[in-house]
Design a protein around this ligand. Structure first.
Ligand code: SF4
Length: 498
């Protein structure tokens, strides 16, 4: 199931259908119903060196952003080589195939599917021929007008081999008649809407560009005599790179050899960085727009404690997503922090359930309470978010089953009441429990003794960025772009078309 492509000025062959193995998440079963990571990108230009080992290490650091597929494309001597497959970075790449991806420039991607199923045809980097030779592209985010653009391109005779918005972006650039590739990218940025951070490989050059609202993160760093761009600074730490700056909204950065250049492609719009990067998606050791993620989460826990104090014996995080906020909650209240739940880190997305009747099986495979900590205690349980509410209910039931006297749930984000159209797999209001129930109704459904969410103002004060520089659309319904209809969005939007 490995796609290994080497092209020189021609289109990569279609692999559609060859490996259409949907990665399923069993339910129930389902080990989790929370927010899903969305994708990570990296690009490297390392004059005189080999880019692939650095891309590989960088992707390992970005693995939390997507575990469904991984890929790297490099360029050498007019040829573009791609290796990608379904699975984790460590499963997709061996030492031998990293070594075989030669060249001093390249891009990499880890994917969680938010538009287009989790199949090999949608794995990235995607490649196409173009007037400027073969190009490879990798993308984080969602385009809100992908369906309309695809329809227009099909009317012009374009054919598609995948079902993701990334291919729409790729074909827009590849079909452009602009005088240069940079101009083609700028022209495409003027046509596409929504959230995108993109790395593109063409010849010996890497381009990186970001939507006008800067919804998804993208940072630029120094790597020896060359340059690196990545979704998060944690990828820089892994490869010994030094943070230089955030890529600006609407900017195109090009990296070639030891040099880099920048151009403003489209006018800057209202900056709207996703607050859930701070709450959940980004790694705690990452710094986004000058704010360390772990510290921001810790402050969220402190503010949460002030807004929803509780008489408890211990503060227990839902690992790992609630850990930083639980630490802040414990610090602010003086209640001892305890690891009352242990997470199994080695569970994949699928597993076999021995029988359907095993209660809470799906959650218990992933999370297990420590009876000796939990029994006879009043627990302040801290997690980052509630999406559907089913997992939270199971965790509360597990704790009670282990003898917890009381379970008070504290959530370090405000209620999620609106869908996300920007690369998070919550594109339908029907799935969001807080879109339909009041807080006390959710508490009853979950079975907690009390439930408290962080307020929107509390969240902003914890992140320490101005509210008008943040996207909080899934919390307040104020979208930074036009969005289209819910039924035209989501993972299967381009698979439902006639
Ligand atoms: S809608 Fe929510 S999850 Fe989506 S980008 Fe905005 S803040 Fe992030």
């Amino acid at each position: 199931m490995i796609v290994r492509t080497s092209i020189a000025g021609r289109q990569a062959p279609s692999r559609r259908g060859e490996a259409a193995t949907e990665v399923t998440i069993t339910d129930d079963g389902a080990p989790w119903d929370g927010l899903r990571e969305e994708c990570g990108v990296i690009g490297v230009s390392l004059p005189g060196g080999a880019a692939a080992p650095y891309l590989h290490l960088g992707l390992l650091a970005l693995q939390h952003r997507g575990q469904e597929s991984a890929g790297i494309a490099t360029h050498k001597g007019g040829r573009l080589a791609v290796h990608k497959d379904m699975g984790l970075v460590a499963q997709v790449f061996s030492d031998a195939n990293v070594k075989s991806l030669t060249g001093s420039v390249g891009i990499g991607h880890v994917r969680y599917a938010t538009m287009g199923s989790a199949v090999l045809a949608n794995a990235q980097p995607m490649v196409a021929s173009s007037p400027w030779g073969p190009i490879a592209i990798a993308h984080n985010g969602n385009l809100t007008n992908a369906g309309a653009l695809r329809t227009a391109l099909e009317a012009q005779g374009e054919t598609f081999t995948a079902t993701s918005d990334t291919e729409v972006l790729l074909r827009c650039i590849a079909r452009s008649r602009a005088p240069s590739l940079a101009a083609a990218i700028a022209e495409t940025m003027g046509r596409i809407e929504g959230a995108y951070t993109v790395v593109l490989l063409a010849g010996a050059r890497v381009y990186a560009f970001r939507d006008a609202h800067a919804i998804r993160p993208l940072v630029l760093g120094r790597l020896q005599d060359g340059w690196v761009v990545a979704s998060e600074t944690c990828a820089f730490d892994n490869i010994g790179a030094e943070f230089a700056r955030d890529v600006a909204p609407g900017e195109i950065v090009s990296l070639e050899g030891a040099s880099h250049a920048s151009m403003r492609a489209i006018p800057r719009a209202r900056v709207a960085q996703c607050v859930f990067e701070y709450i959940y998606f980004a790694r705690p050791d990452t710094t986004l727009a000058g704010v360390n993620v772990h510290q921001a989460r810790r402050r969220m826990g402190r503010v949460l404690a002030a807004e929803h104090p509780v008489a408890a014996d211990i503060v227990v995080p839902v690992p790992d997503s609630g850990t930083s906020a639980a630490l802040g909650f414990a610090e602010a209240t003086g209640v001892p922090f305890e690891f009352g739940i242990v997470k199994n880190r080695y569970i994949g997305r699928t597993f076999m359930q021995p029988d359907q009747g095993t209660r809470d099986f799906g959650v218990r495979v992933k999370l297990n309470p420590v009876r000796e900590i939990v029994e006879g205690r009043r627990i302040a349980l801290v997690d980052d978010s509630i999406v559907r509410g089913t997992t939270a209910g199971k965790i509360v039931a597990m704790l009670r089953h282990c003898g917890a006297l009381e379970v008070h749930l504290r959530i370090s984000s405000p209620p999620i009441r609106w869908p996300c159209f920007y690369g998070v797999d919550t594109s339908n209001r029907r799935e969001l429990v807080a879109a339909h129930l009041e807080v006390d109704e959710i508490r009853r459904q979950i079975g907690a003794d009390s439930l408290g969410y962080l307020s929107q103002d509390g969240l902003v004060s914890a992140i320490r960025l101005p509210r008008d520089k943040l996207c909080m659309a899934c919390l307040d319904g104020d979208y930074p772009t036009t969005t289209g209809a819910e039924e035209d969005a989501g993972k299967y939007a381009l698979e439902r078309r006639p």
